[in-house]
Design a binder for this molecule. Structure first.
Ligand code: G3P
Ligand code: MG
Length: 345
């Protein structure tokens, strides 16, 4: 049912709808921009029946670099302006922990080399360590791997037998699952000391907090079939931890489809409309455009947004109907945008 929220309001300076775009499998696939993406975003710059800009933000379970860096790269790739304030990535929400853990040693996992350390420091974490730092400190921590010269060059030295890790933040998709699962198990079982004796978790006065920010079991890159995502890494860690201790490890999960992430995205859209259109409470009809029913559509349904599932990513109609039902299914993002505009016009 349409919930166009225009209630006889004076001529609005913005149209009654706004878009929240997923990225991987909708706008890009790996390094490639999907053909329909540029036209879809160009339509939102004013070349549409409303004859005005249509608000949009980007909401991805991806990440690995700062919001500023990624939004700049996306603007260049998609040839439309994407301001940092329009861009939400998996670990944007982790900023809220920076003050509490500013001076605490934390482990940050995922991404290339020390890129996520740089993101963590940009957020305000001042003692962020990587699993490469730990391997560089004592290679015996995982004897089946040898750091490359590039990894050794960015390793930060510390004595991890004397540096109790307070929390682990999985920022992005880990590159060396074996090393990261080993270190994660070491840390959570010993209360933060790498190499410390494993103790029953319930006996710990302050168990190590573990935060994941992307539950995607699968995502769509430029390979023909979907790839394993950060959610698969979490499953691997939890399966090993359960085999070792008999229990799963308690953790916090952010990212699409979590309510926290969609609530946050709605706030970001409100602020974007205030900034771009001077409208404080635009009461927009929000359309989530995504490729993954388990994250994009499930989250939109829970948030009571409209949603459009595209066929250019994880979802494949040959495998039957999607597990989470969207408002509409479109071939690609351009068809999705035009369908929503026509519906609201
Ligand atoms: O690591 C990125 C992947 O999990 C999904 O990204 O843009 O489809 O939410 P996206
Ligand atoms: Mg996607």
């Amino acid at each position: 049912t349409r919930r166009c929220l225009q209630t006889g309001a004076p001529t609005r300076r913005i149209p009654p709808l706004g878009f929240v775009f997923d990225i991987d499998g909708v706008l890009i696939r790996g390094p490639h921009v999907l053909p329909a993406a540029k036209q879809a975003l160009k339509t939102l710059q004013g070349d549409n029946p409303f004859k005005t800009k249509i608000p949009y933000i980007l909401l991805t379970n991806g990440g690995g670099v700062t919001e500023e860096e990624r939004s700049k790269r996306l603007s260049d790739k998609l040839e439309v302006p994407i301001h940092e304030a329009q861009y939400i990535q998996a670990h944007t929400v982790i900023k809220k922990y920076a003050q509490q853990y500013a001076e605490e040693p934390v482990l940050v996992l995922g991404g290339k080399l020390d890129a996520v350390r740089k993101v963590a420091e940009n957020y305000g974490f001042r003692k962020a360590y990587t699993s490469l730092d730990i391997h560089s400190w004592n290679p015996a921590v995982w004897p089946f791997y040898k750091l490359t010269d590039a990894e050794r060059a960015v390793a930060k030295s510390a004595d991890f037998s004397q540096t109790p890790i307070s929390a682990v933040f999985v920022f992005h998709d880990p590159r060396n699952w074996a090393l990261d699962v080993q270190i994660l198990c070491d840390i959570v079982q010993s209360g933060g000391i790498v190499g410390g004796p494993p103790v029953p978790i319930l006996s710990l006065s302050k168990p190590v907090k573990v935060v994941f920010c992307n539950p995607d079991l699968l995502w769509r890159s430029d390979f023909e079939q979907p790839r394993l995502g950060q959610g698969a890494f979490k499953e691997a860690f939890q399966a090993v931890f359960k085999a070792l201790t008999g229990d799963y490890y308690p953790h916090v999960q952010y990212g699409k489809p979590s309510k926290e992430t969609y609530d946050f995205a709605k706030d970001v859209m409100q602020r974007h409309c205030q900034e771009q259109f001077g409208v404080l409470d635009p009461a927009l009809n929000l359309y989530m455009i995504g490729d993954n029913p388990a994250s994009d559509i499930a989250g939109a349904n829970q948030a009571k947004w409209d949603s459009i599932l595209v066929k250019t990513g994880v979802y494949d109609p040959l495998h039957g109907p999607p597990a989470h039902h969207p408002t509409h299914i479109a071939d690609d993002v351009n068809e999705a945008v035009n369908w929503a505009i026509e519906r609201e016009y």
